[in-house]
Design a protein around this ligand. Structure first.
Ligand SMILES: [Zn+2]
Length: 134
């Protein structure tokens, strides 16, 4: 027994089997809105074939990409304007943090500086030789 093509797509108007599409009620709100924009007569029980469904999804993705690009362009324009003003101040945050060290942190830095110095490494290497010699 053949499956009857008893569903009519509200977009292309062709006949399809129930397996070849979706009903408006099965779509996400975004896609529903998109269908209702161009087909105001569409109901929850309206059928949309898979090919038109795919077109809708691609259009939806393209809209999202375009929105993102627009936002990106706006941000880029704002940044460009600010940079053209040439009134910004560049601060190295490391200098600020370095100047605000506590006494303990200054001492730890001094110890680390000495412990990592060549003088310390060489003297520490020579110490066992000196002890053996002695
Ligand atoms: Zn269709």
């Amino acid at each position: 027994m053949a499956i009857k093509k008893n569903q009519i797509c509200i977009i292309c108007g062709n006949r399809f089997t129930i397996m070849e599409g979706l009903f408006l009620r099965d779509l996400s709100d975004t896609l529903k809105e998109q269908v209702l924009k161009t087909n105001s007569y569409a109901k929850e029980s309206s059928f949309i074939c898979l090919k038109d469904m795919q077109k809708l999804r691609i259009e939806n993705m393209q809209t999202m990409i375009d929105q993102d690009l627009r936002i990106d362009q706006e941000m880029s324009d704002k940044l460009k304007k600010e940079l053209e003003k040439d009134t910004y101040v560049i601060t190295n945050i490391n200098d600020t943090v370095y100047a605000k060290r506590t006494t303990g942190q200054r001492l730890a830095d001094a110890v680390a500086k000495f412990g990592g110095s060549w003088g310390f490494i060489i003297s520490f290497t020579l110490l066992p030789l000196f002890l053996l010699y002695g």
